[in-house]
Structures are given as structure tokens and as C-alpha cells.
Design a protein around this ligand. Structure first.
Ligand code: F6P
Length: 502
């Protein structure tokens, strides 16, 4: 593979964007996972040359088993994937432990869910060093390293400590918390100091970058220069590599998008249309309120169910006229909080269905499973209303996927104002505070009653934004900051600021 004049790109994420499956003959097969990230970055990897490094998503296969599968999928995509194998013990301390029991809840402002075990921090650093060693193995002069997400915040610093400094950028897919929450982190100085080794550092929203800048100002007394989508942080000599000179790093706002064209084409395909008709028939012409959420306490699932219950109490005209079709995608099942959440949800759904079910109508249809791509697209197409009630969310791509798949433009998006997507989608969506049960209930009723004309005007606005700010534009904007073009014009929206009256 030939690198173009920009130098190769090395992408690193905790998980490779692949799904590995054991075959009957004992070999392993790898396929690309669905999602915009791989669609956006593989063409860049193909053009510039480079490699995608990450954990292959299973601890069951050995390195010898994984390598041929990755080589085959890399061949098919015209780029290369390189595995970092993790032991069960590393998974426990690094992935379940530090990443998902410390950083995940903290960065979503839910610090009471944090389990600040000192051993987790040790393993997190060890595994970041392991990823750094995998990068060092392939690194060539002129390469640019793009690191994704909260699992690998130490990576650039580890490479430097290893004597292999590299130009590396970082994109945080989750939110970044406000100062008073971040300060609870026992390793706050180390994490922030190591993040400042990246340039640029990218965030989903202005809110996240503002939080980050406040933290570096307070903890390290840095100066920030500039305004707009990319600002420059003056890193003081005390944090510089030689201990004497100041450095500058860029901090930017780059709201991630989806592959709009692919999602819209899929929804318009005859197969998806036929499946969507079946789904509508299943609920006998009632309005479908759709929820698709990973099993996660950040998604506000109990709030959503309580709001639906409140709507059924307050608006009896909804009875027999709507179904809440809630898909919950299994996730991080080894973590006790996730197991507990599943029990809580199933209990609540049982209560609500027990309270309202009548002959011929069960209000909530609940499925705990992974959805295939045709079914996913068909549900998006069939749904009259999509209901997203995250307590906090980096972006929430379900909201964007719903808009892209609404090719007939009749659906209404109800969206939490605490999802990153709210900043971009505030003009077309009905924004709600997920903690306000009555407010969400009244948004459900408003969406149910919304005239067709208003529905399609709103959906047209939403689709225009999701189309123009897609994942390709996102990747170009981030990579543009690292190239000579400098910070390309990145459209980023102002925060959503709730007015007193909805
Ligand atoms: O939002 C962060 C994220 O890592 C996403 O990229 C991913 O879809 C989700 O959380 C679940 O991640 P995982 O199953 O790897 O923990």
C-alpha cells in the first residue's frame, strides 16, 4: 500500500470495527461491523495507507486464529487490521473496570455509579502501554495516529515515554464532564496531562470542549487562544517534554455523523420496505413509538418507561392507538450495574403492561436482542415516533439513523436535550428533559397528535442536517486540522439552551 503525500494514517480504537465468528471447521471469520466509523475511515486508510489497530472483540480466539480472519477482511476492504489481544484479567481491569466502571459513568455525570478501584488504574496504564507497543511496531516517520475514545487516553503519552513520539490526534466519542464531576477522579492530573499529548483533541459538542477547557485551566493553569470550532491550548513548560518550552495543542468540536446516503438507500430498498409493512401490520395500524437503546444506565430507559406510563394515564386517547416498541441491545453484561438495570427494566415493563393491557392491545413490545441491519432499518422506517431519552449521551446515533431512514418524512423525533445530537437537531426534534416525566409524556402526546404537514416539515429539516453533516464530513474536518489546510470550516452548533417555556 502506498502512502499519499499526507503520510499514513494509523487508527486505534479499543475494539476493531469487526465482528468475529467461530466457524464449524474451527476457523474464525471476520466481517465489518455496521456503523459509520468504518465506512468513513476505511477509504482514508486505503488512500493514505495505514492500519487500524484494536482488540478483535473476543477473548475466545488465539492470535493464530485471529490473524487469517483479519487478513481476509483487510484484503476485502483494501486496508489492514491489526489485533491487540487482551487476556481475561486485562479485560476485567482495563475494559470492564477502569473504562466502564470509572470513566464511562464519570464522563456521563453519573459518578455515583463509579467504582474507583486503584487496581483498575494500574491495568488501564498497562493496557495502554500494550496498545502503544502495537502502534510502535508499525510506526513509520510521517505517520499520523488517530486514537478513538476513553479507553486509550494515555496512548500518545505512553508512546513518548517509550521513546517513540508521534503526531497523534484524539477524538472523544463520549461527553466530557463538568469540572466539579471530573475533580472526583483520583487520577485527574494524570489523565488530563496525558490527554494534552494529543493534538488535536476532538469533542462532540461545544459543551464537552468547554468542560475540558475549564478542567485544564483549573488544574494546569493553561491559557486558551482563539474562538470557533478549533481553539489553541497553551501547554505550560511544566508539562512540556523538555520541561522548558511551552507547546500548543488544538481542541476542536467535531460532532460525529452517520453514513446518511447508505442509511437512506437501505431504508428505501424493497426488502426493507416490505419488512416495514409487516411490522406496521403487526401493530394493526397503531402509531409505533420506537426505542432502540444499548442496555446502559446512561440511556434513561426507566425514565422513558415511566414517561410512557404517565402518558397512558394522562391521555386515555392513546389507549389502543399506540405501541411502545422497545429494543434493548445487550451490552457489558459482566458489570453488575448493567445486570441490575435489566432486572429493573423488565420489572417496570411487566408492571406497565400488567396495568394497561386489554384484550387486543399490549402497550409495550419489549425485545432484548441484537437487531440485524434489515430489521433495524425497517423499524426506523416503520416508526411514527422515535423516543430517545438519554440522561447524557456523547452524540446518540440512533437519533440520526432514524432521520436518515425516514425517507417518507412522516416520523417525529423526540430527543433528550442531554444527547450531543440535540445541539444539531434542536430545530426539527421535540426536545425533552428526560428527568421531567410529565414533560416527556406531553411530548409523546404532542407527537401522536402532530399534523402531517408539521411532521414532514420537521423531518425535512432534520434530514437536511443529518445529510450535510455526515460521517465523511466529520472525518474530513478532524483530519483537516492536522493537514496544511488547517482547521477547515467545521459547522458546529451552539449548545441547546432550554427556554423557560417549552
Ligand atoms: O459511545 C462510546 C462507545 O464506545 C461506542 O463507540 C460503542 O458503540 C459503545 O460505546 C459500546 O461500546 P462497547 O460495547 O465496546 O463497550
Amino acid at each position: 500500500m502506498e502512502a499519499d503525500e499526507k503520510g499514513r494514517l494509523i487508527v486505534v480504537s479499543n475494539r476493531l470495527p469487526l465482528v468475529l465468528n467461530a466457524q464449524e471447521d474451527g476457523t474464525w471469520d471476520a466481517r465489518a461491523s455496521s456503523g459509520g466509523l468504518i465506512s468513513a475511515l476505511v477509504p482514508v486508510l486505503r488512500r493514505r495507507g495505514g492500519v487500524w489497530i484494536g482488540w478483535p472483540g473476543t477473548t475466545d480466539a488465539t492470535l493464530e486464529e485471529v490473524l487469517p480472519a483479519l487478513a481476509a477482511v483487510g484484503e476485502a476492504y483494501g486496508c489492514s487490521f491489526r489485533p491487540v489481544m487482551l487476556t481475561q484479567q486485562e479485560m476485567e481491569g482495563f475494559y470492564f473496570g477502569f473504562s466502564n466502571e470509572v470513566i464511562w459513568p464519570l464522563f456521563h455525570d453519573l459518578f455515583t455509579n463509579c467504582n474507583f478501584q486503584p487496581e483498575y488504574w494500574q491495568v488501564y496504564q498497562d493496557v495502554n502501554r500494550k496498545f502503544a507497543a502495537a502502534v510502535a511496531d508499525v510506526l513509520r516517520p510521517g505517520d499520523f495516529l488517530w486514537v478513538h475514545d476513553y479507553h486509550l487516553m494515555d496512548l500518545a503519552a505512553e508512546l513518548r515515554r517509550m521513546g517513540r513520539p508521534v503526531h497523534a490526534g484524539f477524538f472523544l466519542h463520549t461527553p466530557f464532564p463538568p469540572l466539579e464531576i471530573f475533580l472526583r477522579l483520583p487520577w485527574r492530573f494524570e489523565i488530563l496531562r496525558d490527554l494534552l499529548e494529543f493534538d488535536p483533541i476532538g469533542f462532540q459538542t461545544l459543551r464537552d470542549r468547554r468542560n475540558f477547557l475549564q478542567c485544564v485551566k483549573v488544574l494546569f493553569n493553561v491559557q486558551v487562544k482563539g474562538t470557533g470550532s478549533v481553539v489553541r491550548v497553551q501547554v505550560p513548560p511544566s508539562l512540556s517534554h523538555d520541561g522548558a518550552s511551552a507547546r500548543q495543542v488544538c481542541a476542536g468540536v467535531f460532532p460525529i455523523g452517520i453514513d446518511f446516503a447508505a442509511a437512506a438507500d437501505m431504508a428505501a430498498s424493497p426488502e426493507v420496505r416490505a419488512r416495514a409493512r409487516e411490522l406496521k401490520d403487526d401493530i394493526r395500524g397503531r402509531q409505533m413509538i420506537l426505542g432502540i437503546d444499548r442496555l446502559d444506565y446512561t440511556k434513561g430507559l426507566p425514565n422513558k418507561l415511566q414517561a410512557f406510563r404517565a402518558a397512558l394515564h394522562r391521555y386515555p386517547e392513546l389507549h389502543h392507538k399506540v405501541n411502545l416498541v422497545q429494543h434493548v441491545v445487550p451490552s457489558r453484561k459482566e458489570i453488575p450495574d448493567y445486570q441490575q438495570l435489566r432486572l429493573e427494566l423488565e420489572h417496570l415493563i411487566g408492571q406497565i403492561n400488567g396495568e394497561f393491557t386489554e384484550s387486543g392491545w399490549v402497550p409495550i413490545h419489549y425485545m432484548f436482542h441484537n437487531l440485524g441491519s434489515v430489521d433495524l432499518s425497517a423499524y426506523y422506517l416503520a416508526a411514527d415516533i422515535a423516543l430517545v431519552t438519554s440522561l447524557k449521551d456523547g452524540m446518540n446515533l440512533v437519533a440520526k439513523e432514524y432521520c436518515a431512514a425516514q425517507v417518507d418524512q412522516g416520523g417525529v423525533l423526540i430527543l433528550s436535550e442531554f444527547a450531543g445530537a440535540a445541539a444539531q437537531l434542536q430545530r426539527g426534534a421535540l426536545l425533552v428533559n428526560p428527568y421531567d416525566i410529565d414533560g416527556v409524556a406531553s411530548a409523546i402526546h404532542r407527537a401522536f397528535c402532530m399534523p402531517e404537514k408539521e411532521r414532514s416539515e420537521r423531518m425535512r429539516l432534520l434530514r437536511r442536517t443529518v445529510r450535510s453533516e455526515d460521517v465523511y464530513r466529520w472525518a474530513d474536518a478532524f483530519l483537516g486540522v492536522t493537514s496544511e489546510r488547517g482547521a477547515a470550516a467545521v459547522p458546529y452548533p451552539e449548545d441547546y439552551l432550554p427556554s423557560a417555556k417549552p
